[in-house]
Design a protein around this ligand. Structure first.
Ligand code: G4P
Length: 539
């Protein structure tokens, strides 16, 4: 199809809606302040009325991973997986990346559905391991990253040392858009390097009663009174230095993920949050082109399209439905519309989709590119499924991630072997767990990115498939999908490595081994074999 034909299919009315939308996630290491920042953003957006609303859900989520708490957690996390709020003229979709005990493939996959991410770094800790992992995923799609350095009200690293840490560990260039005034007890607020103004706030100030004091000229003598002469002098020097020496913010570099604008603040005290949010709505990209196996899809195309990036099962035995989280990529969704479910080759009518507001779920009448809708189903939708008006598209960039934890499944009741296989296959389709069938041997090996996935799997096998099973540990820690262009070499590799090979739920050959060291050894031995850390759902 030529680009002219596609242009004719663009809908001007849609463009207005698309421009308003910002779909993003927050990435951070546990305890950096994600919950706190989320709450402040929702407060600014008027989506919640008081602090504590998001926090209370976190306390419930932090409970141990027994069956009941998984159930509770799921009930809660459905409504908080996507939070829609408005700020100024913008419609913002904030997608939660569960990141504590429940770290799993879902966390990663959520990032495939966003157009931008806010990265929170704890001022005292710098870049931490989970942030690194999440950044790796963002890098796969060159997702633009906005950085928020949090907890400036505590002593921590100097701003330039934090930049060095980020640039070193994450290979992304930092460009400050705000600059902190002091740190710890001396922290007084942030200077906005773009607007060239300075908000001085009292701790815990209320965004609704904007009681900050605004200084618009650094030479203003009031500054010396407000933040002390020495701090004012230091700020003037810092700002001179930064404006002279720092690389300028470059929209293109930021949009392709090689440069990150940096904001400083203290989420809990509301310092610097407004500055970031104001910049965010301006520089976070609206929904853009999305690649499919055949062509790039423009969000303003009249024809509807989108994909499923997450499935949430309802643990309530009374309601055995599942919710498929579906990202709209083009066209307008209207309640009751008929779409083509390409994998099963059928038209389906979506009459009961849900839109997720910060504190409630409501039935959606219409939705636009960038929006996430929840589609109820009984197991007919799986991760990566694409629905369109007509054209058989397959969206790319929805991967499986190589598991890092493994267990062998031991069936307690041998009569249930069939039910076990069926259950595991369905749970694999939903992305709950990865299932591998070794080339030699009969027992299933399960693989997960986060260990909570094992508990959820076992609980669901019992509740939904009445399968009583257990786990046995297994000496594996690395998995890679393997391919090779040379058929002969691939055959030879398969023959010689039978005991380390398994097929995943979709029959793709996977190399399983004990350590990165062993993997490296095998890779050296077989240079023509490709070892993949991720695998596309739709290829
Ligand atoms: P998370 O979702 O990323 O795990 O982090 P969360 O927001 O829960 O914050 C982790 C801890 O850091 C919380 O303290 C929170 O109050 C604190 N925090 C968040 N932002 C700031 C900040 O700007 N400055 C300071 N000093 N602390 C901040 P907690 O003791 O674990 O919980 P709580 O008792 O405060 O609820």
């Amino acid at each position: 199809m030529g680009s002219e034909t596609i242009d004719n299919n663009l809908d001007k009315g849609l463009i207005k809606e698309i421009k308003k939308r910002r779909t993003f996630a927050i990435i951070s290491h546990p305890d950096a302040g994600k919950t706190t920042l989320t709450e402040k953003l929702l407060l600014f957006g008027g989506a919640i009325q008081q602090a504590g609303a998001v926090k209370s859900r976190k306390i419930t989520r932090a409970a141990t991973s027994d069956f009941l708490s998984i159930e509770q957690e799921r009930g809660i996390s459905v409504s908080s997986s996507v939070m829609k709020f408005n700020y100024k003229d913008y419609e913002i979709n904030l997608l939660d990346t569960p990141g504590h005990k429940d770290f799993s493939e879902d966390t990663y996959r959520v990032l495939t559905a966003v157009d931008c991410a806010i990265m929170i770094i704890d001022n005292a800790k710098g870049v931490e391991p989970q942030t690194r992992k999440l950044m790796e995923v963002c890098r796969m799609r060159n997702t633009p990253i906005i950085t928020f350095i949090n907890k400036l009200d505590r002593e921590g690293m100097e701003p330039l040392d934090i930049f060095e840490d980020i640039e070193d560990k994450l290979q992304i260039e930092c460009v400050p858009l705000t600059w902190p005034i002091g740190m710890g007890k001396r922290f007084k607020g942030v200077y906005d390097l773009e607007k060239k103004e300075l908000g001085i706030f009292s701790p815990g100030y209320d965004p609704k009663n904007d009681d900050g004091i605004l200084i618009q000229d650094l030479a203003d003598k009031r500054l010396d009174e407000l933040i002390s002469e020495s701090q004012a002098e230091l700020l003037r020097e810092d700002v001179d230095l930064i404006l002279g020496a720092a690389e300028p913010f470059d929209m293109d570099l930021y949009l392709n993920g090689t440069q990150t604008p940096v904001f400083f603040g203290s989420a809990i005290n509301n310092f610097g949050v407004r500055e970031m949010l104001d910049a965010f709505v301006k520089i976070a990209p609206p929904p853009g082109l999305r690649p499919t196996a055949t062509r790039d899809v423009n969000p303003a195309e009249k024809n509807f399209s989108g994909f499923t990036f997450k499935i949430q099962a309802n643990m309530d035995p009374e309601h055995r439905d599942r919710i498929a989280f579906f990202r709209i990529c083009s066209g307008k969704f209207t309640k009751g519309m008929k779409v083509r479910h390409h994998r099963i080759g059928k038209d389906i009518k979506i009459s009961n989709a849900t839109i997720f507001l910060a504190q409630e779920r409501s039935n959606v009448d219409q939705a636009y590119p960038g929006d996430i809708i929840g589609i109820h189903n009984h197991g007919t939708i799986k991760i990566g499924d694409t629905f369109t008006t007509k054209e058989p598209l397959k969206f790319l960039g929805i991967p499986n991630f190589a598991p890092e934890h493994f267990r062998r499944v031991l069936l307690k009741d041998p009569m249930k072997a069939k039910a076990l296989t069926k259950g595991l296959m369905q749970l694999a389709e939903e992305g709950t767990i990865q299932v591998f069938k070794p080339l030699t041997g009969n027992l299933h090996i399960l693989g997960a990115v986060g260990v909570l996935q094992f508990d959820v799997t076992m609980a669901r096998l019992k509740a939904e498939y009445t399968v009583n099973a257990g786990y046995e540990s297994i000496d594996l820690s690395v998995a890679r999908w393997v391919t090779c262009e040379d058929e002969q070499i691939f055959k030879e590799f398969t023959k010689r490595n039978q005991s380390s090979l398994a097929k995943d739920a979709e029959g793709r050959l996977t190399f399983l081994t004990t350590s990165e060291y062993q993997l490296g050894f095998t890779m050296e031995e077989w240079p023509k074999i490709e070892f993949h850390k991720t695998r596309e759902h739709n290829l």
